[in-house]
Design a protein around this ligand. Structure first.
Ligand code: DGL
Length: 287
């Protein structure tokens, strides 16, 4: 049986998954989190499904060393390409971010339909921005159509966003504005009820995206929804932390450097201590 005192393992290819760690810490402050960012091998979004599965499995194997009660794949790319295999690879429950995001998007579209939107068809259309690999997998349209076959999902790969975010670019940067306008143009033309931020990095640019699309479009950030799934899963396992103290956050990264400290607090909304450096070579040995 899982120990309530055990940490939750959270994984992403980089720092984007800290937006999910933040939502878990807000909802479940007593839980300790071991966060792993594969910063040396990012981006995953341009890699093949086999590579994404192999890299993610290596990182999760490493996280298993802290004896987590649950693993969260806080990366849409890995969730879209490898979640089913990863669930077979590990004995603890593995939660992805894609399904929770799909559930939230369908709920928004249904609400829009009930309230009778300004433009016919708007409620039926959901936009999706994500990495090339997530778009190519078709996992989001499949998850949404499984919940409501009448909904249409229009996806757009945005490969420039992750590098700009990991580089620490601000939403106010001229280049960020230009890139976002180019990527979001199709959604302005066809009108959508919701836009899924289908990459855990994208909430960093949420205000600029909202400003470009206008208030009629609801942005879907799967972080909070994923945190709710984590809470329900832990409750089912009778493994919610009973500690009277706030949980700890320990971070592991594969690239040594100043960037983590500079950027992590932006994702997490609080100061983060020094991460532990794990070389990709060390990961190969735990395969
Ligand atoms: N944060 C990852 C995601 O949610 C993408 C970053 C990458 O391309 O590695 O898809």
């Amino acid at each position: 049986m899982a120990s309530p005192a055990a940490p939750i393992g959270v994984f992403d290819s980089g720092l984007g998954g800290l937006t999910v760690a933040r939502a878990i810490r807000t909802l479940l402050p007593r839980e300790s989190i071991a966060y792993f960012g594969d910063t040396a091998r990012l981006p995953y979004g341009t890699k093949s499904p086999a590579t994404v599965h192999r890299f993610t499995r290596q990182c999760l194997r490493f996280l298993m060393g802290v004896r987590p009660k649950l693993l969260v794949v806080a990366c849409n790319t890995a969730s879209a390409l490898a979640l089913a295999q990863l669930r077979n690879d590990f004995e603890v429950p593995v939660i992805g971010v894609l399904e929770p995001g799909a559930v939230a998007a369908v709920e928004v579209a249904r609400q829009a339909a009930r309230s009778g939107g300004s433009t016919p068809g708007r409620a039926q259309r959901i936009g999706l921005i994500a990495t090339e690999a997530t778009i190519g997998s078709n996992a989001y349209p499949a998850a949404i159509r499984a919940l409501d076959p009448a909904l249409q999902v229009i996806g757009r790969a945005c490969p420039l966003l992750v590098p700009m975010i990991e580089e620490g670019r601000e939403e106010s940067d001229l280049i960020v504005g230009l890139v976002l306008r180019e990527y979001l143009q199709p959604f302005l033309e066809m009108e959508i009820s919701a836009l899924i931020l289908g990459c855990t990095h994208y909430p960093i640019f949420a205000s600029a995206v909202q400003e470009t699309l206008g208030e009629e479009v609801t942005l879907i950030d799967s972080a909070r929804q994923t945190a709710l799934v984590v809470r329900d899963q832990l409750a089912t396992m009778h493994a919610l932390s009973q500690s009277p103290h706030d949980g700890r956050l320990t971070c592991y990264v594969t690239d040594q450097g100043q960037r983590f400290e500079r950027l992590a607090s932006r994702f997490l909304g609080e100061a983060v201590g020094q991460p532990v450096w794990v070389t990709p070579e060390m990961l190969e040995t735990v395969e």
